[in-house]
Design a protein around this ligand. Sequence first.
Ligand code: 5GP
Length: 191
Amino acid sequence: MLVVLSGPSGAGKGTICRELLSQLPEIRYSVSVTTRSPRAGEKDGVDYYFVSRKEFEEMVARGAFLEWAQVYDHFYGTPREKVEEYLASGYDVLLEIDTQGASQVKERFPAGVFIFVCPPSLQELAVRIAGRGTESPEDMEIRLRWAENELKDVSSYDYVVVNDVVKDAVEKIKSILTAEKCRCARVMQER
Ligand code: 5GP
């Protein structure tokens, strides 16, 4: 099962992904490729594969991405090969990508599970991004404006989870995944 998690920067997707990965042994995280610089504490190959703009463009040209998009001033993409490899090995795959990427994935994997993670409010989002202390005031402004835009795409997702308390949001997502696995169509397909 392909699981796509989107939502504005500061919605808490990163924390939720880490929790899901530690609690669900059958799921694998798809590490994205990005042209943005690493933040303090981020590791190449773990948080992202950090590449130059030229390397990214080469990957686009050779069809290495399942999807890719420009988010803020940077490029982000999901390496196709790893996702296909995990799915072929029977794992669920978790993608943490923006709404543009999610709509590309939906075209290729309509049976994927698309979950939008929302902050309780835009004010709370601003507080969280500021509290993270990783963005300059200009970047913060960009992310907040982008967030307002992204919230408009909620209706194209299968589920919306408001991340007020992380533990509760994680439980909700785990319940969604459990229910999705019991869908008749999925069970019949696996037989
Ligand atoms: P950040 O720079 O805060 O790590 O991520 C910025 C945005 O890029 C987030 O909304 C995140 O979901 C999105 N993103 C991360 N990886 C990918 C990817 O591989 N593809 C797409 N389309 N978006 C991504």
